[in-house]
Design a protein. Structure first.
Length: 249
C-alpha cells in the first residue's frame, strides 16, 4: 500500500471511529449503534472533536451541514456496523472471526459471541500499532482472544500473516471486509480474494467497498433512527444484489 493511501486509510479509521463515538452522545433509545469503547481509543485530536459535539445544538448543526453536502454520511457507518453485528450474531458454530482492514473498529468488543475467540484483526502495521497502544491505554491489556495481525495487503501474503498468529484454514471462519478495497492496488485486491477463495471453510464476506452497500439510495441519520428495521432490510436487499456469502464447503 502506497504511503498516500496508507495515510488515507489511517485517517479514515480515526474518522469512522469518531462518528461512532459521537453517536454515543445521543440518548440510548435514539442511537444507531451502542459502543462505549470507540471514544476511548481515539487519537487526541479526534477525542477533542467528539467532546465538542456532546453539545446537542452543535452536533445537530454539524449533522445537518454534512448531510446536505454528503447525504447518508452520518448513517452509513453505524448502520453498516450494526448490519455486520447482526450477521455475525446470526452465524453459528464459528471457530474464528477475521476482520480485514479492522482499523479502530470495536466489533470484537461489541459482541459477547466473540468473547470465546479467536478474533484476528488485520490491518496495515501503523494502524495495528495505534490500536494496540490505544487498547492497552483504555483496557490495561488486550483480551486473550484478540490477535492483532499487521500486514501490507499489497505486498504480503495474507494467509501466511494470519497463520503466523495462529490462524488455520480448517477453522470455520466469518470474514469481514468492510470498506477496504478502495485503498488497495489491483494486486492487493486480487491476492486478498484469492486467499478467500482458497480458504477451506464456510465464510461470510461483507465487501462494502466504501459506500456502495448503504447509500444507494442514501440513508439519512434521521430515517435510520426512526426506522432501523426498514433501513436494515434496505441494506440487506442491496447487499443481496451486490455480494453473496462465500461457501467453500
Amino acid at each position: 500500500m502506497g504511503n498516500s493511501m496508507s495515510k488515507k486509510a489511517a485517517d479514515t479509521a480515526a474518522s469512522v471511529a469518531a462518528i461512532i463515538a459521537i453517536e454515543q452522545h445521543f440518548p440510548r433509545d435514539e442511537r444507531l449503534l451502542d459502543d462505549g469503547l470507540a471514544g476511548r481509543i481515539l487519537p487526541l485530536g479526534s477525542k477533542v472533536f467528539v467532546w465538542l459535539l456532546r453539545f446537542a445544538w452543535l452536533r445537530d448543526w454539524m449533522i445537518r451541514l454534512t448531510e446536505k453536502r454528503f447525504p447518508g454520511v452520518w448513517a452509513i457507518f453505524p448502520v453498516r456496523k450494526r448490519y455486520i453485528d447482526a450477521k455475525v450474531t446470526e452465524a453459528t458454530h464459528l471457530d474464528a472471526l477475521v476482520n480485514l482492514g479492522a482499523g479502530l473498529d470495536t466489533l470484537t468488543f461489541r459482541l459477547p459471541i466473540l468473547a470465546k475467540g479467536p478474533v484476528f484483526e488485520v490491518d496495515q502495521p501503523g494502524n495495528i500499532d495505534l490500536k494496540r497502544s490505544k487498547l492497552n491505554q483504555a483496557l490495561g491489556e488486550l483480551p486473550e482472544q484478540l490477535r492483532l495481525v499487521p500486514v501490507d495487503f499489497d505486498a504480503q501474503e495474507l494467509g501466511s500473516a494470519l497463520a503466523s498468529h495462529g490462524y488455520s484454514s480448517d477453522m470455520k471462519t466469518f470474514f469481514v471486509l468492510e470498506a477496504v478495497t478502495q485503498y488497495l492496488t489491483v494486486t492487493g485486491i486480487q491476492t486478498t480474494f484469492d486467499f478467500l477463495a482458497k480458504t477451506q471453510c464456510t465464510t461470510s464476506r461483507f465487501s462494502t467497498g466504501g459506500t456502495n452497500l448503504v447509500v444507494r439510495p442514501p440513508i439519512s441519520r434521521h430515517s435510520a433512527k426512526t426506522g432501523m428495521s426498514q433501513s436494515l432490510m434496505r441494506i440487506s436487499s442491496r447487499f443481496s444484489q451486490t455480494a453473496q456469502p462465500i461457501s467453500t464447503r
